[in-house]
Write a protein that binds this ligand. Structure first.
Ligand SMILES: [Fe+2]
Ligand SMILES: [Fe+2]
Length: 188
């Protein structure tokens, strides 16, 4: 299996959100990791595979989606590639550590970059749009989740370009959420 096939499978399995989210994470990582030295090929595999554990085909109730994504990548997908075992291990580890609720330290540049790019996609207007799309059709519930995610991410980005993007995105979010409260009379 090569990267293109994995991208195609991400399109097919990732409902509406999986592929565009991964593609945005790739874009974000390109920006915030511009000056870093890392294995760009390995990283691309990690990006497209990082949320497979949340896709219906692989999701398992009670198993953290990042760990599940790692299991799927490690046991089913990466062994079908020509990547060296050490590179496969690097990818698997970056996938497992990507979630913002995971407080363990990163173990490689690739794992750092994946998490910070992934977190940025939860901030800003795109972050808000993702939460409302996620549902349920209950604005207050989505709103509360937006605040919780933002609180879980804010202040935790370490790459200078990621910090700058996060600041801009949080300011945008703040403006949006303010307008939402005003237009709704606080009735969400
Ligand atoms: Fe994730
Ligand atoms: Fe993600």
């Amino acid at each position: 299996m090569n990267l293109e096939q994995i991208q195609q499978a991400t399109r097919e399995l990732g409902q509406g959100w999986g592929y565009p989210h991964a593609a945005r994470v790739a874009q974000l990582a390109g920006i915030v990791g511009e000056d870093l030295t890392y294995d760009r090929e390995a990283f691309a595999y990690a990006v497209y595979l990082h949320d497979w554990g949340a896709f219906p085909k692989y999701f398992q109730p009670g198993v953290d989606h990042a760990l599940r994504s790692r299991q799927v990548a490690e046991t089913e997908i990466l062994p079908q590639t020509t990547l060296a075992p050490a590179v496969q291990a690097l990818i698997a580890e970056a996938i497992e550590l990507h979630d913002y609720r995971d407080r363990r330290p990163h173990t490689s540049v690739e794992s750092l970059l994946l998490r910070e790019a992934d977190w940025l996609d939860m901030l800003g207007v795109i972050g808000v749009a993702r939460e409302f799309a996620w549902g349920p059709n209950d604005l207050q519930q989505c709103y509360t989740r937006i605040l919780a995610r933002r609180a879980g991410i804010e202040g935790r980005l370490t790459l200078p370009k990621a910090q700058a993007l996060a600041t801009a995105r949080i300011a945008q979010m703040e403006r949006f959420l303010q307008a939402l409260q005003e237009e709704s009379f606080g009735l969400l």
